[in-house]
Design a protein around this ligand. Structure first.
Ligand SMILES: [Zn+2]
Length: 394
């Protein structure tokens, strides 16, 4: 396990530090919650000019992380690529069932980038180790037993794609049962989501984006063992996959800590992270990286998840369910994502290993099995339950 190498591992370790900082900051955060967002009418077009005070999000526009993978190929020299190819020849165990068998040049480039592009021997060791791990553990067949037993246990889910077609994963602390998380269950769900997200990546792209909504953040979410477990598996076996980590609604007192940390870490690490402190900043960032439809959806989701008490249809009891008739917002994902992966296009896609599976509870719901799952463990009781801002809970 290589904790100290690779931009992504550093980033994730940094996230752990930030979570630790939140323990100190949380009291002040709770005393000054984010401004309540306005209605959908105000967010009807997330990419239209903000009413006032639009704030640039710095390097998001035209940044390296928002450029096509083809333009980043120069990060790894052909000489080093040839060397790595020669070193791992005959050592990559290829599982015929694996939809992502880790023998392609794109994978070799990722593992080279993870070690800075030069340490070919180290990259080879990591790649061979990951191929063996995939062969022995078959992560591409994993699901999340925790979500199956307790629907909505995890909120981490793909909701759309960015302007390059890369999968966008959204998570919201207010929707999740974070106080029940363990390292084992968090790893299981994250691996499931990454494996499924890879199946939606367009040819030539190998990254995904994570929009983390901190609304609902509490001390209970500060379990470092959970963060450590996730860091371990992602750093070891999914290096250089994370293209952008967008932190929305983070506590304000995060920012001084973040600026201090930025002076101590590799700029390649900080370049992948955006903290947005206001609604206008969130809109600017989302419009920079996402198609208009996806930006609109995300702004609506952020808005809905700030409402207290949280509507059932947005909560862990409901975000994975189809919206009621007449609803204008579907928390399962953007209209295109729903159409392509949950709707008519999914039905036509047939069943194969490469077919994307959505959040486990969305998948169960589509299969008509969500009621059976809810019977296994009593659902989380949320009280009081308020009607959804845009639709009544089903
Ligand atoms: Zn789960």
């Amino acid at each position: 396990m290589e904790w100290g190498t690779g931009t992504e591992s550093t980033l994730l370790m940094l996230s752990t530090v930030l979570i630790g900082c939140a323990v100190v900051a949380v009291q002040a955060f709770l005393a000054s919650p984010p401004a309540r967002a306005s209605t959908r009418a105000a967010a009807s077009s997330a990419c239209s000019p903000p009413a006032s005070g639009a704030t640039s999000v710095g390097r998001a526009g035209g940044s390296r992380e928002t450029q096509p993978a083809q333009s980043r190929a120069a990060d790894v020299s052909e000489v080093r690529l040839d060397e790595l190819r020669a070193l791992v020849k005959g050592q990559i165990i290829v599982d015929p069932e694996d939809p992502d068998p880790h023998a392609s040049d794109a994978t070799l480039r990722r593992f080279l980038r993870a070690v800075g592009g030069e340490d070919v021997k180290h990259a080879a060791q990591r790649l061979v180790s990951t191929a063996r791990w995939r062969f022995e553990n078959k992560p591409f067949l994993w699901t999340c037993e925790w979500c199956e037993r307790r629907p909505g246990h995890h909120t981490w889910r793909q909701v759309g794609q960015d302007k390059l077609g890369r999968p966008v994963i959204y998570s919201c602390l207010a929707q999740a049962a974070t106080h029940r998380y363990t390292a084992t269950c968090a790893v299981r769900h994250m691996v499931y989501a990454i494996e499924q997200a890879v199946r939606t990546m367009p040819d030539g792209e190998d990254g995904w984006l994570w929009i983390c909504d901190f609304s609902g953040f509490t001390l209970r979410a500060c379990d470092l063992s959970v963060a450590s477990g996730v860091i371990h598996i992602v750093a070891a076996h999914y290096p250089e996959r994370l293209a952008l980590f967008a932190c929305v609604n983070a506590p304000r007192l995060f920012m001084p800590a973040w600026r201090a940390i930025c002076k101590l870490v590799d700029p390649r690490t900080t370049r992948k992270t955006r903290f947005v402190a206001s609604r206008d900043e969130a809109r600017a960032l989302l419009c920079d990286i996402l198609p208009a439809e996806d930006a609109d959806w995300t702004m609506d989701e952020l808005t809905a998840n700030l409402v207290r008490p949280m509507a059932v249809c947005q909560s862990c009891d409901g975000f994975w369910r189809p919206p009621s008739a007449g609803a204008t917002h579907d928390p399962r994902g953007t209209p295109t994502y729903v159409q392509r992966y949950l709707g008519a296009d999914r039905a036509r896609a047939g069943d194969c290993l490469r077919r994307h599976r959505p959040h486990p509870n969305i998948a169960l719901s589509l299969a008509g099995d969500d009621d059976a799952a809810k019977e296994a463990v009593p659902p989380v009781v949320l009280a009081p339950r308020a009607p959804c801002a845009t639709a009544q809970a089903s």
